[in-house]
Structure formats: structure tokens, C-alpha cells
Design a protein around this ligand. Sequence first.
Ligand code: PLP
Length: 403
Amino acid sequence: MITRSTRLNQVAYDIRGKIYEQSQALVQQGHQVLSLHIGDPAPFHFPVPDHIVERMAAHLRDGQGYGDAIGLDEARAAIRAEYSARGIKGIRMEDVYTGNGVSELAMISLQALLNDGDEVLVPTPDYPLWSSAVHLYGGKCVYYRCDASSDWYPDVEDMERHITSRTKGIVLINPNNPTGAVYPAEVLQQIVKLAEKYNLIIFSDEIYDKILYDGAKHTSIAALNTKALCLTFSGLTKNYRIPGFRAGWMVISGNVSAARDYIGGINLLANLRVCSNLPAQYGIKAALEGYQHINDLIAPDGRLQQQRDLCYQKISQIPGLHCVKPMGAFYLFASIDLPKFNLNNDYEFVYTLLTEEKVLIVQGTGFNYYRDDHFRVVFLPEAAYLETALDRIASFLERKRVS
Ligand code: PLP
């Protein structure tokens, strides 16, 4: 028997977990499953902006060889300009890294840092990349709460309560997956104070920073110019709707001189993975400097804004479900009053919904939420598709209602 590493014991990715596998089996049997489970815009007809693809295509031959380990100069210069314009001071070219998506850079940044038993503060709920990567590299994930009662903003007091002498850093996901919260600058200021007081690294995953509704304003925590070391992550995956190209980046700012050894470790791991997908890096400058189609999608009459409204209205109207209106990203994280439907937990809800209604969503515990009565819905599909899926959820719950 060949067994997996015990390091994987606490590694999970339920977005493509057991219930997803069950949905694939249903598809094999000929069922049509309505999929509101993954944040991939491609199946829902969001075309890649032409100028990005054209630039990548024009440079395919230039991207034939290995590139620089930390990334293509023109891409890093464009990223540096973008983040300098946000007010992050003192970014040098060597502070900017490209990677095969945020996923790879998140892993490298934690792998280079953690010794066994080091602690990292991670939000509950979180995007499971972060908690899994902490576990994978021997760290201990310590969760701080984000709750619907405070619009899903981080509970900074809870964060502070969990800091110990082993705490190395704080993970922020802003705008948030799975909750859609966009954190106000005042909350970020409080987090900066904590990071400075306890000498913690801030890992800020801002992959949805241009997907904002109702005029919400996104603040990069690094733009508050904290003395703490800040690693800011983003990429082309969501804002430019091209996850398949695997183009992400990381910008290091703050007290870099005190982190030379750690940064040397990041460079070593960047060398070890040789380089990130080079043709995709040619799309970065084109994306950042070109027309921002995302603004059309999030305008009041834009497709994403309309789908957000539809999803929020429909879920809010279903008795027994409650949710906060998402202000960013393309997810809605709702609670379900389980006893009302004679359901034991979120897993049972999501699993039974799939088998009976052929609608695929993800249970809240898949995002390490400490309560087991939530679920996440993705509102990327077109209105008609969304409406059908949400109507099926409504009729399922109508059928299950016991009180
Ligand atoms: N971070 C967050 C918060 C995400 O939601 C996702 C994907 O859903 C990722 C990172 C993965 O990004 P990438 O495709 O750039 O690896």
C-alpha cells in the first residue's frame, strides 16, 4: 500500500472535494448539474480581453525559454507602477515577483517562512489555499473570526487574543472569498497596529481588488505604508478573468531590510521552481495598462453587478436563509437555519441538494468556517442559469421544511 504523506492530513480543498466528485459522477450518468461551486469565469462566457490574448500570442515565441525566476522585467515594472500609484511607497523592482497564480506565490511565501509549530493567523471562513499551505509547511493555523453580524469584517480583538510568541503572520483576504466583504481602511489600520506591535508579517490576498459593487472602495493594506512587512498578492485570474493562464504576482513592501534572510529564502524557492509561465507574463503589462473591462461588468447595469443583485435578492427571499450583501468578488456566503429543514449540517445540505436537485454549491466548513450552517454560492453564471439554480434551491428547501 502506497500512502500519502502525513503532512497532507490537514490539507483540504473542498471546492473540488468529495461532493464535487459526486457531481462529476452525476454528469457521467447524463445529468446536467448546475454549477455554482467554483470561481472560474471561463465556462460562463466572459471572453478574455482581446488585447491581453493578442499580446500573449504575439510573444509566444519569446516565451519559449526559461524566464527570470522572479519574473519578466516588463511585467514587474507594470506591477510596480500599479502598486506605486495606489500609494505603496518605495517598491523596488526586486520586490515584485510573478508566479503561476497567487496559489504558487502563497505557497512559496509560507514555505520560505515556517518552521514546525509556527503559527499563522488565518480568517474563518477562509479560502482554503491559505490554511492548507500553512499546514503543509509545518505551521499551525490559528483562526480569527469574521462574522456576518459585523459584515464579515475581521474581528481584530479576536485576532489579538490569538497572538502568541509563535505567531509569524496574519493572512487577510480582501475582497474576501467566500464572504464578498471589502474591508474598510479603519479596520485595516487596526490590523496594521497589531502587526507592528507584535512584529507580524501581513499576507494580503487581494486577488479580487477590482471586483467591487455599489461604489465600494478597496484599500491595499500595504498602501497604509506600515512598518510591518507586507506581502500583497494579486494577478490576472479574477480581475481579468483568465485563471487558466496562471499569471499572479506578489509585491513585498514595508520593512524589507529586516527581512533579508526571509526574502533570500523566497528567492531560493523562486529559483527552484525556475520561473512562472512566461507567455502569460506578457499579458500582465497589457492587462494592467489596457482597457479595464471589469469596470463595465461591475457598473450598475453591468453583468456582474446584476448577477450579484439577483443572487442576493433570491437568497434573501428564501425563508430560513440569511446573507449579507457581497460588496466585492463573486461569491455569496449564506447561513441556513438547519433545524427548520431537518438537516444536521452544511455537508448534508449541500450533498442532498446535489443529489436531489443537481445543483452544486460548497459547504461553509469547506472554507474552514467554525460554524457548520453556511454555504457559498458563486454568481458568475448568467442570470437565467442562476435563476434556475436558485429556484431549485428554493423548491428543495420548501420540500424539506418541517416548521
Ligand atoms: N486567492 C483567493 C482568495 C482565491 O479565491 C483564489 C481562487 O479562487 C486564489 C487565490 C487562487 O488564485 P490563482 O488562480 O491566481 O492561483
